[in-house]
Design a protein. Structure first.
Ligand SMILES: *[C@@H]1O[C@H](CO)[C@@H](O)[C@H](O)[C@H]1NC(C)=O
Length: 652
């Protein structure tokens, strides 16, 4: 995509297309409010004071699982270890006063363990290195941008201006063909966006008007996808998709203050988004969470000037919200702490040496899991990790023939963002990687997938796909943190994505190193890697079959799903094991918008715990929007490294 030549060739077509389309456009009505009634969630059934619910009434596929503890008895004399022949009946306490420790936990006949004050118990061990499966052999659209929504649909799209996709729009909708393979003829009646049911692998097409190519996005506090920017007629576009049945994008092509092509979008503490950078847009803006039309609020961002190389390397900056409400902005090798409301640079952070980490040298980055299970959760340290990338002039050599592909970087840097004077701590990945994806797992580990071992972002600008996922355990000692997992056999390089799913599997989709959809060499002799419309799911080690006996099951209807900042809440679980607080972690994950190797708005919070039994986990919601911007999160109960299925919760 970054091949300027192709853009210039396309321009006349694009212009025609814009003209043709704008004339038939429904103007966005001034001040028209959007209905954000989501057709999901929102139902909270409190569990306070209920002592009579019978857990056996709930459908629970795992209720016959073999218990963990062999031949033990609970206080009611129910025998454990009966391998499913005998149902286990847990005693039900009265609860409701969250502040008081429950005697029942201590009296239940369980050995509550001595480890409570000795920190968390170690994870259960497994030799399982993960497994791959095909979820859908043809999703029709290659996943260049992806966002999981709270209705368990992953929405993904590529671009409307680069030829036909592999699926027809349903209901039928055509537009003038822009670009396309040799011999491809218009009109283009294919879809360029889909909604993918992550449980059933069913595909529903969505209509997109304004080009989303290399755009940004995020989930609003109400669970809508807010998509921004893109290319050409989509440069300044804003699109909203509510997570409801038969909803379509609502679009405004003129919402933004600057062209946002390769920009980064994250949520601020109050639910507004900050939208940072883009090609030749060395500024940022604040946009409201749920409006198609709004007054401009733009600020200059000199960092994007200062970090621009001959071949950019300042695109898709890494941006994270910090516990004091300010933001971290990383571009190329430079980074700052910025007050988003004034545009003031509060601190210059040390350079990350070695080369370039931002697009098109495309390293990976994430804010490491934030541990709120501490005395003063409002004042925690947070740390960022940046890995891989390539030399600052790598794109100059990979972009055009005769192409030369520099080996990607293997190194990572970690920096504590909340400590003045902190320095980057360096360590090496097992293999070089550019354009990888970095996801925070429910357990607090980090998963690195996709990408290439040489070259950069850009069409045909990389080689040697990196097929081996890497697990990174941030809390281990430097030198022991990386572990290579089971490789895939499908290269996923430029324009590939991944997403953490509620069941803990990882959706892996996309990859198109070509300018158009190309599937075989017979039709496209110049093609090296096919456009991928195959969807895979990867099971990380915590999904090892032998670990599933330790897996907690959240009983959603008896759990609190609407959280209040700083408030205690209960999660009802089913777990056949004697446990205490040192066995359990409760984590809260904000499903990110992922594109071009960066997952925007991704964060994992490890919540404070008040009380833990094998039936009720009482946790403390994050103290404020600075640590957890308002919106939907996946909440996991993690039992010594084995996560439950995630439950959607909402906080504001
Ligand atoms: C969040 O704060 C910004 C800056 O003060 C403001 O412009 C914006 O309207 C606020 N958003 C909401 C949703 O209140």
């Amino acid at each position: 995509m970054s091949s300027l030549g192709k853009i210039i060739v396309l321009l006349p077509f694009l212009f025609f297309c814009v003209f043709a389309r704008v004339s038939s456009l429904n103007p966005v009505e001034e001040g028209k409010s959007i209905n954000f009634q989501a057709g999901f969630g929102g139902i909270t059934i409190g569990i306070g004071g209920s002592g009579s619910e019978n857990p056996d009434d709930e459908s629970d596929p795992d209720h016959d699982k073999k218990p963990v503890n062999g031949d033990e008895k609970d206080k009611d004399g129910n025998k454990f270890g009966s391998g499913g022949e005998q149902r286990i009946r847990f005693p039900f306490p009265q609860f409701g006063n969250h502040g008081e420790p429950r005697k029942e936990a201590k009296e239940s006949g369980y050995n509550t363990g001595a480890a409570t004050n000795d920190g968390p118990k170690p994870d259960f061990e497994t030799n399982f290195l993960g497994s791959w499966k095909v979820d859908n052999p043809n999703a029709g659209v290659s996943a260049m941008h992806i966002q999981l929504l709270p209705n368990n649909k992953a929405v993904w799209y590529d671009t409307v201006n680069l030829g036909k996709s592999n699926i027809l729009a349903d209901p039928p909708a055509c537009r003038g063909l822009v670009g396309g393979r040799q011999g491809e003829k218009g009109p283009d009646c294919t879809a360029h966006a889909i909604e993918y049911d992550v449980e059933t692998a069913q595909v529903k097409t969505l209509k997109l008007e304004y080009d989303t190519w290399c755009s940004s996005g995020g989930m609003s506090p109400n669970g809508a996808l807010v998509s921004t920017g893109g290319n050409q007629e989509g440069f300044r576009a804003l699109r909203i998709l509510n997570p409801c049945k038969n909803c379509q994008f609502q679009e405004n092509p003129e919402a933004l203050s600057a062209n946002r092509w390769y920009a980064t979008q994250i949520l601020l503490e109050n639910g507004s988004f900050v939208l940072v950078g883009g090609r030749a847009a060395h500024n940022y803006e604040i946009i409201p969470p749920e409006k198609l039309d709004f007054p401009i609020q733009q600020f200059g961002l000199p960092l994007l000037d200062e970090s621009q190389d001959e071949k950019e390397n300042n695109l898709y900056p890494f941006v994270n919200l910090l516990p004091d409400g300010n933001i971290f902005v990383f571009s190329n090798y430079k980074s700052i702490i910025l007050n988003p409301y004034t545009g003031e640079t509060l601190r210059n952070l040390p350079d990350l040496p070695g080369g370039s980490r931002s697009y098109p040298a495309s390293g990976m980055s994430a804010l490491l899991p934030i541990n709120l299970n501490v005395e003063n959760p409002e004042n925690v340290d947070v740390e960022v990790i940046v890995c891989g990338g390539n030399a600052r002039d790598a794109f100059k050599f990979s972009e055009f023939p005769p192409r030369k592909f520099f080996t990607a970087f293997k190194d990572c840097g970690r920096l504590i963002l909340t400590k003045e004077g902190a320095q980057w701590e360096k360590e090496d990945m097992p293999s070089p990687r550019v354009m990888g994806d970095m996801l925070l797992l429910p357990t607090g580990d980090v998963l690195i997938t996709n990408g290439a071992q040489a070259g950069t972002s850009g069409w045909d600008a990389a080689e040697t796909p990196n097929l081996t996922p890497v697990l990174y355990s941030p809390n281990k000692n430097n030198g022991e943190r990386f572990k290579e997992l089971t490789p895939t056999d499908i290269p996923r390089m430029y324009h590939s994505t991944s997403a953490v799913l509620p069941d803990g599997q990882i959706l892996i989709a996309g990859s198109n190193t070509n300018d158009y959809y190309k599937f075989n060499k017979a039709d496209n002799p110049e093609m090296i890697y096919p456009t991928e419309v195959i969807v895979q799911k990867f099971s990380p080690p915590y999904l090892a079959p032998e670990l599933q006996q330790y897996k907690p099951n959240i009983l959603e209807v008896f759990s609190d799903k609407e959280l209040k900042y700083g408030g205690e809440f209960n999660v009802r679980i089913r777990l056949n094991a004697q446990i205490d607080q040192s066995d359990i972690k409760v984590t809260m994950y904000s499903p990110p918008f992922t594109t071009h190797g960066y997952s925007m708005n991704q964060r994992l919070l490890i919540l404070g715990l008040k009380q833990v039994t094998h039936r009720i986990v009482t946790a403390v919601a994050p103290p404020s929007g600075k640590l957890a911007p308002p919106g939907y999160y996946l909440l996991f109960v993690v039992h010594r490294g084995v996560p439950s299925r995630g439950m959607w919760v909402h906080i504001e």
